[in-house]
Every structure is written in C-alpha cells, then in structure tokens.
Design a binder for this molecule. Structure first.
Ligand code: NDP
Length: 295
C-alpha cells in the first residue's frame, strides 16, 4: 500500500501536484487557506483537512507548495511538526531554504527543500521533462523517493538545504536572460515584412547551437585558464556592440534588454586594459561571469 501524503497549498501548482498523487493511488490529505479550492479535489478522492495541523497529522510526508517562504512560516506557525518529513516545494532563496531547514530541525522534523523546474501542466507527464531539484535531508529523500517522483523527475543535489533553491534560481536566471534576447529579436523584425514564424525556427536553432557555451564557460571557470581556446574574444565583441545598438535604433526598438550586457562587456574590457597593456585574447562570457561576481 502507498503511504499517505499531506499537501498544503492548492494554488495552480499545488492542485496539479495533488492530481498526480491521486491518480497514482496515494492517500492524499490536502489543506488550502481558501477552502473552496479544495472542493474539486475532494470529489476526486482527497481528504480535506480543516486546518494545517490536521493536514500535518494525517501523514509522515508533508509537502508544502505555497506562495513564498513567509506563507510557509504563517501556515505552520504553532503546528506540531515533530517526527514529520517536510518537503518544501515553495520557491525561495537559498538562504530561506537553509533557515527553513534549521527551523524544522529545531522542531524535530526532517526537511528537504525543492525547486520545481516545470509548470503545472507538466506535472504527472513524464515526457514533459519537468523535474524537481531536491536538497537537504538525504534520508528523507530516500525514504519518500517513490512518492516524490510521481509529479515529476527528482534530482537530489546535496545535503545543503540551500542548494535546491540555488540550482532552481540559477536556471531561472539563465532563462530570463534568454527570454530577454528572444523578445528583442522578435522586436527587431516587428516593423518589417518578416513573419515571426519565419524567424522562429532560425532562432530556436541558433539558441540550441550557442548552448555549447555552457560547457565552454564551465571548463574555463574550472581550469582558471581564461586565455587559451577562446572562441570570440572580448575586444572583438565590444567592437561589434555598436552594430547591435544601431540596428535597434534603425528598427525603432529600445535597447534596455540588450544594453546592460553590452555595457558590462565594455566595462570589463576597459578594466582589463587598465590592468595590463597588450593583446586582449580572453573569452567574453567567462570574463563576464567573473565581472558580475565581483561587482
Ligand atoms: P498560486 O498563486 O496559484 O497559489 C499560491 C498558494 O499559496 C495558494 O494556495 C494560496 O492560498 C497560498 N498562500 C498564499 N499566501 C498564503 C498565506 N499567507 N498563508 C497560507 N497560504 C497562502 O501559486 P502556484 O500554485 O502557481 O505556486 C506555488 C509555488 O510553486 C510558488 O512558490 C511558485 O513559485 C512555485 N512554482 C510554481 C510554478 C508555476 O508555474 N505555477 C512553477 C514552479 C514553481 P489561497 O488559495 O488561500 O490564496
């Protein structure tokens, strides 16, 4: 028999998670601050708890999927969580993950933080590629692995309870950089006789091809060798930047999505040239990683 799961939080994501556990045959107890959101799930077989304390009492595995860490604190205030296994799928910072882990430890609970890489419609759909980063108690993760793998894939990234959030936010931050570029690219063709659908496949293909930079940057950051095997040096890229900015001006497109990155490249090159006179041969993206870290 499958062990019961308690789930606190029935927003878009919590509701999607709940349906996957019900579909997989897990006894599920749910709680939501606004009770109306639990009505449909009750018809589908979930037990609706009247309070967070009742929900927590219903299962060893207690999953939280609330708006933010503050709502987790409010929801569990005064609730006895001793002996429970808390899995917090609420998005938060690494610091919040660590503090929540200490909070749980002080109350006698095991704690694993989670960062969901996927949207509600991807939950329970193995082919969607969605997964969750987990970090914190390995013993908790191992004990409940089968249940945790029901909504999406599970990737344990270490016992530091801050690391699930850190991986999560690192990927999300990269995604927003990509979104900025995609928005700008489509804006450039907006006033032209080019169909967005004609640009789309070219853009997807190009972003995929440029994905190799991820490994390239990782290798340089690991070897600390920033001078050999450079693909496109910084000075060349800084020289090319005005072309990108002038093209935006010609097309009547704002540069706010592009200018910060180009400006960072220029500042890094200036600093490099002040530090040492000579040829600039260093790789751009790697240097910018260091520039961002130090600014
Ligand atoms: P929703 O806005 O749909 O739901 C928010 C939930 O938090 C509701 O259940 C809401 O209760 C509850 N809540 C808010 N404030 C409080 C509070 N002070 N006390 C108790 N409960 C509270 O968000 P989602 O379900 O989409 O997201 C939930 C978490 O999942 C977030 O951390 C989000 O970042 C994360 N996530 C979401 C993804 C998505 O695509 N949706 C993707 C990846 C992660 P009520 O119904 O009463 O308002």
């Amino acid at each position: 028999p499958k062990r019961p799961v308690a789930l606190l939080g029935l927003g878009d994501m919590g509701t999607a998670l709940a349906r996957t556990w019900l579909a997989a045959g897990y006894p599920l107890t749910v709680w939501n601050r606004t009770p109306a959101k639990a009505a449909a799930l009750a018809c589908e077989g979930a037990v609706v708890a009247a309070s967070p304390a009742d929900a927590v009492a219903a299962a060893d595995l207690v999953v939280l999927c609330l708006l933010d860490d503050a709502s987790v604190g409010q929801t569990l205030e005064g609730v006895d969580v001793s002996g429970k296994d808390l899995v917090d799928l609420t998005t938060g910072t690494p610091g919040e993950g660590r503090e929540r882990a200490a909070w749980a430890a002080a109350r006698g609970a095991r704690f694993t933080d989670g960062g969901i890489m996927g949207t509600p419609v991807m939950m329970g759909v193995p082919a969607s590629g969605a997964y969750v980063f987990y970090s914190g108690s390995r013993a908790l993760f191992d004990a409940h692995r089968a249940a945790l793998e029901v909504p999406a894939g599970a990737r344990f990234v270490g016992e530091d309870p801050g690391h699930a959030a850190l991986y999560d936010v690192a990927l999300l931050s990269a995604m927003y950089g990509m979104f900025a570029g995609i928005s700008h690219a489509f804006a450039l063709i907006e006033a032209e006789d080019i169909a967005p659908k004609d640009l789309a496949p070219l853009l997807s293909e190009w972003l995929g091809a440029m994905g190799f930079f991820v490994d390239n940057v990782a290798e340089r950051l690991t070897s600390r060798d920033f001078t050999t095997g450079v693909v496109s040096n910084l000075a060349m890229q800084v020289a090319a930047a005005p072309t990108l900015l002038r093209t935006a001006a010609e097309q009547g497109v704002g540069t706010e999505l592009l200018a910060p990155y180009l400006d960072l490249m220029r500042r890094r090159l200036d600093a490099d040239r002040q530090a040492r006179s000579g040829e600039d041969t260093t790789g751009a993206i790697t240097l910018l990683t260091r520039q961002v870290v130090s600014s």
